[in-house]
Design a binder for this molecule. Sequence first.
Ligand code: TRP
Length: 464
Amino acid sequence: MAVDRGCFSSRLGFILAAAGSAVGLGNIWKFPFEVGKGGGAAFVVMYLAFCFILCFPVMVAEIGIGRKTQRNAVGAFTVLGYKNWSIVGYLGLVSGVLILSFYNVVAAWAFGYFVEMVTGNFDIGNNFGEFTKDWVTVGSYAIIFMVGTAYVVSKGVSGGIEKAAKILMPSLFVMIIALIAYALTLPNAMDGIRFYLVPDFSQITGQVVYSALGQAFFSLSLGMGALITYGSYVSKKDNIVSAAASVTLMDVGVATLAGFMIFPFVFSQGIETNGGAGLIFVTLPGVFEALGSTLGVFVGGLFFLLLSFAAFTSTISLLEVPTAYMVDEKNMGRSKATWLVAIFIFLVGIPSMLSNGAVDSLTSFITLPGPGTLDFMTFIGLIASDTFLPLGGFMIAVFTAYVWKKENFNLEMSNGDATMQASLLQRYVSFAIGYICPVLLGAIFIVTVLDNFLGIKILSLILG
Ligand code: TRP
């Protein structure tokens, strides 16, 4: 192993990089529109429960596996002595490539909208369809975004990834708070808050459970070894349980805040909440326009800049997973690995780029019994994020508890000190990874796959 892998320079550096990976389009773009489609607060309750009860333990397990082995998502399983289980890592690589392939397209929309706002084109909100259809423009922004991502990843862990997160994460937080303060002053803001906070449990269907779980995994960057990879750069002295808790809280916190920002905007505009992927792109330009040309340019520009920042620390982590694989397993230099993988993923993303209006057969790509007719990009999201991530999470939980074994996992959580008294949180993680996660993830996975792909509505039968 000749190649120098790099590491985070401090615990804070790791937390910010992992939080940067977690906080992204998933929180600010996807979360609100999933809440909108899933009937509001009922979705929020489920998402929160999944994040804390199921995802948090899986996050500690991923970081633990990574730190123990100091390897990428595939190599980690081999180093522990279970080569067959590296299939989990390969599934993760596939998921990561697929996710980044469409994620980069949405990031390109966000960045494109930033440019439109700054040039005072608020009309873009009415032309979302035409914007996404224009593949030359979107493609150019997508190239810019991928090149920026690859540049940072090629700079390595502490000099690239950690440095970017340390600047971008705090700026993002400040921008969100400012936008919420403004949103709450708008007419009908309180209707938005009510939709967001008062649950109507009759809205819960198999679809909703499925997307809430997928959303929890996607938002926390779990289930594909991104945190195995980041964990592999963490110091043996850091407390990984409390670090994971901080990351979970920050991610859930930003998603929750994003709702407080978006729903007042949506209701003040009188727009339908179930608008899907276009929700923030259609709604927000009108809100900014109402601010007048000077303030509107400023706030609108700020918002889409924020969205681009959030996306950027996430594309970095998505690109890092296959890059680390090439560096560790193929003995490739970091820079070469990064650019090679980035070009490959960009190419994989071309159909997604064309599936939002440019090419009809990709725009209505497939009809499934559960969700109905989907475009190619949404379909890839359904496969890679809503299906592969929870499946990966399930396998990681089973692996950690029953193959690698709980004693070893516990010892890793205690930084190798067997005499250390386990904290309450640590004991919960240890219990959950063996029982709650495998059982619930397994059950939900089966139920929801039947629902989506075969149209067998077990949950609706149970819930009546
Ligand atoms: N969590 C990011 C978001 O919410 C997306 C993301 C980045 C991701 N890295 C990941 C999702 C790894 C799954 C796995 O936008």
